[in-house]
Unconditional design. Structure first.
Length: 400
């Protein structure tokens, strides 16, 4: 994947700059053409001679290299690269990237880059955890940068914690994955609706009926769809998750009715919908305007059915539209999932169970089966929810 690719490797003023030497060596070994841009602070940690010897190119740092009027064009560099990698990335550099402070060649090149940008932070544990730094990282994600989270371990200060720049081998692997996705962009031009998380149905101002859905699978699906070029409309219930891809438009709701109202408006213009939310089937018939005080041992709450979002939209599905549903089953799993597939007019249904360790709600892994309209079933092993999302999106992509 890296053979013949043009890579800008940005190096900043961190003790982890020594790792950039190994990263550069691996990139060249994989067949990439690498142009190193180092900040003035970065040159305090690693020499340009070493970097030039490994890359086979002069190392760039200053705008003006000679006294003859020639200069290094950040615009040309930004257009030249297939991918830009900043590793290590200090808090100072990320702050400048977020705020457009162009006081060195690396930042001006970043602002001119038309290619994917990968950022591998490296700093001490308290610096990394500081709210100002976390805000900058979050903003870089929103701007479209791919953040490679630092590892946890012993730091240059002698402290233990999160802040070590990720190992070069893993960075190269991530670069290859990003370039593979960029090459594919198989869903460009597609608009896809995704629901995620639980819904909460109020009993009174402080209590609700809900479930344990974390929203992790729905968010992972939204990210994967966006990485493949789709424009994604993510309608999510209450979750403690962030979305980083700029092509994912997030809308937060609380109740099933609110989710239904938004989905009904969006669905008509979408090519597909993935109903990953765990929508509450029922809601209290009457919501108390005040907190219900404990007065008896028993409390009866009358429930009414919520709109069945997937079923209702399935009735309005036009030719060419694709819908995907989920079936979380505790018994008669395959039978119940197949019935849901037919009843809600899905193109395929994703079956999973909360009965086994590592599966279902809350965790970071899941084991799924995909049941298709033609009755074919695909069984997958236990995987991370990000990997599960790849399998689901790949199945959707084949139909689209």
């Amino acid at each position: 994947m890296l053979k013949g690719k043009k890579v800008i490797l940005g190096i900043t003023g961190s003790i982890a700059a020594y790792k950039a030497v190994y990263l550069l060596r691996l990139l060249v070994k994989e067949g990439a053409e690498v142009q190193v841009i180092i900040t003035p602070a970065g040159k305090k940690f690693i020499t340009s001679v070493t970097l030039s010897a490994l890359s086979g190119k002069p190392v760039l740092s200053e705008f003006f290299g000679n006294e003859d009027g020639t200069w290094h064009s950040h615009v040309d560099l930004g257009l030249w690269a297939d991918i830009m990698v900043i590793a290590p990335a200090t808090a100072d550099t990320m702050g400048k990237m977020v705020n457009g402070i162009c006081d060195n060649l690396l930042i001006t090149t970043y602002l001119s880059a038309k290619c994917p940008v990968v950022v591998a932070p490296a700093m001490d544990v308290d610096m990394y955890a500081h709210p100002a730094n976390q805000r900058n990282i979050d903003l870089l994600r929103r701007f479209g940068a791919h953040i490679i989270e630092p590892a946890t371990g012993e730091l240059a200060s002698g402290l233990e914690g999160k802040g070590r720049m990720e190992e070069p081998e893993l960075i190269v692997q991530r670069i290859s994955e990003i370039l593979a996705i960029e090459k594919k962009k198989s869903l460009s031009g597609k608009k896809i609706l995704v629901t995620a998380g639980p819904t909460y149905e109020n009993i009174d101002p402080v209590r609700f009926i809900g479930n344990y859905s974390s929203g992790k699978t729905g968010f992972a699906i939204a990210e994967e769809l966006a990485h493949r070029g789709a424009e994604v409309f993510l309608v999510t219930g209450p979750v403690n998750l962030k979305i980083s891809h700029p092509s994912v438009h997030r809308m937060d709701v609380v109740s099933a009715t609110a989710m239904y109202d938004i989905c009904r408006k969006l669905f008509t213009s979408c090519h597909a919908a993935v109903f990953a939310a765990a929508v509450s089937d029922y809601a209290p018939s009457d919501v108390s305007a005040e907190k219900i005080k404990r007065s008896t041992e028993d409390l009866t709450i009358h429930l009414k059915a919520n709109p069945d979002i997937a079923a209702e939209l399935g009735k309005t599905k036009k030719a060419g539209q694709v819908t995907v549903g989920f079936a979380l089953e505790t018994n008669n799993a395959e039978k119940n999932a197949r019935q849901k597939l037919a009843r809600k007019n899905f193109d395929f249904v994703v079956l999973n169970s909360p009965n086994n360790e590592g599966e279902g709600f809350m965790g970071d892994t899941n084991r799924i089966s995909i049941i298709h309209k033609d009755h074919k079933i695909e069984n997958f092993p236990l995987k991370s929810k990000q990997a599960v999302a790849v399998d689901i999106v790949s199945a959707l992509e084949k139909i689209l």
